[in-house]
Design a protein around this ligand. Structure first.
Ligand code: GLN
Ligand code: ZN
Length: 767
């Protein structure tokens, strides 16, 4: 994207018609040149090409192989930019939404022109790719020579690069087919000739090595996938015996795919030794003679500076044993997932800054390691000493280690992790006290973050509006929202979250142990980037975070006002986390801080408190065998946060994603009194999992899609509620939208909520 998000601005200017294609392509080429030059200057010896994308590299692969659904109107020949972007964003350029409103994702462009391809998360990262779509009779053809063009572009500039391709098996596995009878993997034989053609052209133009990414090798694979891998790499080896392939795996260990990977006829294998350091011994023991090993030892998923001498302790014996000509060293994965340049962060605490390394710094570390391995440690003595000093300072720093936090963690008892009374009894007390009608109506928390709200926030951040004026402004917004909710007859109100920039950042900024950057963007999708908080130390809550806002909002109304918090698992999953303590410990620390906030809200008088866990599912490990461990501590953290209240206090939670079948027992174990979920687009079928499980607690299945500007009428919502009533008991059922409303406009929100309240009333009348 460029250190100053140059690509974002070039793209958005092109999309808005302010600049033309030539300007966009020139900006893109400029970035590629700069990236190659930077890597060369930093001493990287194997520089990649075709690692640049205007939008997404999976989409690039679809275009390369001509997997362009008919709707986009491609008739052969070079694929025009407008078709490429139509696949990415829909033909009217509406922004594709994700499963939730986090990060300000916009509409999905639905009902206007051709919709974009579906978008989903790339493995367990926050990067989203465009899902390849295959149909019956799918044909593949070489429709874009981007890999060859960019290889030649680099060559013309004097860089001999290693082109990167997304491997055919991972590519197909990432796709979906429009025909349930068609397994994308069954298309492998048709797909391979296009890959062979690309490889042939690369080879003819002088490439000795090509990197082929098969991250699917760290997943649970069945026999079909293994067979597809064997077939693909056999075809490549036969067609191009002289071309060397570096087969790249990342985001986990090979595990039970080890033999399959080692059996493929490739010249090199890249391993993620950050996520799965333990796999090295097995690979060394079994690697065939001559296989080049690329050791991914620098963390491509996190922002921490490495301890180089201790890495060398691990690497030197491997090099000695395997031979220096057969070892490469690398980041664990693409550096797409970390920010670009730490040097741009002039405002960070200097101690913390000393412990960090972004992409640029990681390439520097790589060069130091390489030198030490080739020329001996003496050649880079100073760099190694600096690295060790930084590591030991971090290890000893009081900014990282807080005794009080450690003591609190040690004092967690089983009682702390569960409500005092079981749900049925709590519900009885809550219903008796609350006086809510059947099918109570509520919303998920945020109201539209209008232009006015965003401008005021920006002005306040710049100092153009003082604290008092900003506060007055936010109070007015809140008051208007509260009055309006009362007016239309919602039963449980929210304050609207106008004071929050982001549901994680807002809390991170008030908790000890988190730091924030100015330029450390990472791509979420297309031209949308996020700046995740950096969790660097023990977490505590110096003072209440939301109580005053809640108190103010509640003072405006007699109706119940929900306290509104982000849960520990979500805060953790949307941050760069510490690598010096296990994730579950960091999560428990956040959980204790949120627990304090929950208790303070209760003490202030709140008796409905929502703790959002939007990102709980997205933290699931890639391998099923690891799920239970994660879910156990994730659920426990939520319970630590939510269990410090009396029976009468109703704990709500909210989850955006829409797949519950395989984790329904964990959802139930969270034991929230009320859970709101995204269901409107699934016609309530998602509730089947809850029914089958006999989920006992209360549920608010979303009755309208917040990703679309469309306003459903009351009948439509009442019909959805009727479908819900076929699946769960009436006293379990709440009425609410799919998610927060911050990305919507008031013109859409107003009628939608009025209709929602009308739908609930219809149901009550018919009881
Ligand atoms: N309370 C948050 C909101 O309403 C929840 C958002 C989310 O789960 N993504 O915006
Ligand atoms: Zn949501």
């Amino acid at each position: 994207m460029g250190p100053r998000r140059e690509l974002k601005f070039a793209l958005e200017s092109y999309w808005s018609g302010k600049s033309d294609a030539a300007a966009l392509l020139e900006a893109a080429a400029g970035l590629r040149v700069a990236h190659w030059a930077r890597q060369k200057a930093l001493g990287v010896t194997n520089i990649p090409s075709n690692d640049f994308s205007l939008y997404d590299h999976v989409l690039d692969t679809s275009v390369m192989v001509g997997a362009i659904p008919e709707a986009y109107g491609w008739t052969g020949g070079p694929v025009p930019l407008d078709i490429y972007f139509a696949m990415a964003r829909g033909s009217q350029g509406g922004d594709q939404g994700t499963a939730c409103s986090h990060g300000g994702h916009g509409d999905n462009g639905e009902a206007r022109g051709v919709p974009a391809l579906e978008m989903t998360k790339w493995f367990d990262t926050n990067y989203h790719y465009m899902v390849p779509e295959f149909t019956k009779g799918q044909k593949f053809t070489l429709a874009s020579t981007k890999p060859v063009d960019e290889y030649l572009e680099a060559k013309a500039l004097g860089y001999e690069t290693r082109p990167v391709l997304l491997g055919p098996v991972s590519y197909l596995k990432l796709g979906k087919s429009t025909d349930p009878a068609l397994d994308p993997l069954s298309l492998i034989a048709d797909l391979l000739p296009v890959y062979v053609e690309v490889l042939r052209r690369l080879s003819e133009n002088g490439a000795d090595w090509v990197q082929i990414d098969e991250p699917c090798l760290v997943l649970d694979l069945d026999a079909t996938a293994h067979e597809a891998l064997r077939q693909a790499y056999r075809v490549f080896a036969e067609a191009l015996p002289g071309l060397k392939i570096m087969l790249t795996t990342y985001f986990g260990g090979l595990g039970d795919n080890l033999d399959a990977a080692l059996g493929l006829p490739v010249a090199g294998l890249h391993l993620d030794l950050v996520r799965a350091p333990e796999q090295l011994d097995g690979v060394l023991a079994k690697a065939p003679q001559g296989l080049v090993l690329s050791l991914g030892v620098l963390d491509g998923r996190n922002v921490w500076r490495a301890n180089l001498p201790s890495l060398l302790d691990r690497l030197e014996p491997v090099v000695a044993r395997h031979g220096p000509e057969r070892v490469e060293i690398a980041p664990s994965c693409s550096l797409l997932h970390v920010p670009i340049d730490l040097d741009l962060e002039t405002g960070l605490d200097p101690d913390l800054k000393e412990w960090l390394a972004f992409s640029v710094q990681k390439m520097g570390e790589l060069t130091v390691l390489g030198k030490a391995l080739v020329e001996g440690r003496e050649a880079v003595m100073q760099e190694l000493a600096d690295s060790a000093v930084a590591a030991s300072r971090r290890e000893a720093s009081e900014k990282v280690h807080d005794r009080a936090v450690a003591a609190r963690i040690a004092s967690i008892t089983p009682e702390l992790t569960k409500r005092a009374t079981r749900f049925a009894e709590r519900a009885r007390q809550q219903r008796a006290a609350s006086n809510l009608p059947p099918f109570p109506t509520t919303t998920i928390g945020s109201f539209p973050q209008t232009e006015t709200v965003r401008k005021a926030r920006a002005a306040h951040a710049k100092g153009a509006i003082n604290d008092a004026d900003y506060e007055t402004f936010l109070r007015k917004e809140t008051e208007t929202a509260v009055r309006w909710q009362e007016e239309i007859g919602l039963d449980v109100l929210v304050h609207g979250e106008f004071e929050r920039n982001d549901m994680v950042q807002y809390f991170g900024e008030q908790l000890s142990g988190f730091a924030f950057t100015k330029h450390a963007w990472v791509q979420s999708y297309g031209s949308r980037y996020v700046r995740p908080p950096i969790l660097f130390g023990d977490v505590s809550r110096p003072r209440p975070m939301t109580v005053e806002w809640w108190r103010y909002a509640q003072s405006l109304t007699e109706k119940p006002m929900k306290g509104m918090l982000t849960g520990p698992v979500t805060i953790l999953n949307w941050s760069f986390v510490r690598d010096d303590v296990p994730r579950n410990l960091a999560c428990r620390q956040i959980a204790l801080a949120i627990r304090d906030e929950v208790q303070d809200l209760e003490a202030a008088g709140a008796w409905m408190i929502q703790i959002d866990e939007a990102a709980l599912r997205e933290g699931l490990p890639l391998r099923k065998a690891d799920w239970k461990l994660y879910l156990d501590w994730a659920v426990e953290s939520f319970r630590i946060a939510s269990s410090g209240v009396s029976d009468r206090t109703q704990i709500h939670t909210h989850m955006c994603y829409s797949e519950f079948n395989d984790i329904i027992d964990a959802i139930a174990a969270m034991d929230a009194d009320v859970i709101s979920i995204e269901t409107s687009r699934s016609k309530m079928e998602l509730l089947d999992a809850f029914r089958t499980f006999r989920y006992p607690n209360e549920i608010g299945p979303g009755v309208f899609d917040i990703h679309s500007p469309r306003v459903p009428d009351a009948v439509e919502m009442a019909n959805l509620l009727t479908l819900a009533r076929e699946r769960i008991a009436d006293e379990q059922l709440w009425v609410n939208p799919d998610c927060g409303l911050k990305t919507r406009k008031w013109e859409e929100v107003r009628p939608a909520l009025v209709n929602m309240v009308a739908a609930a009333r219809q149901l009550r009348l018919a009881m």
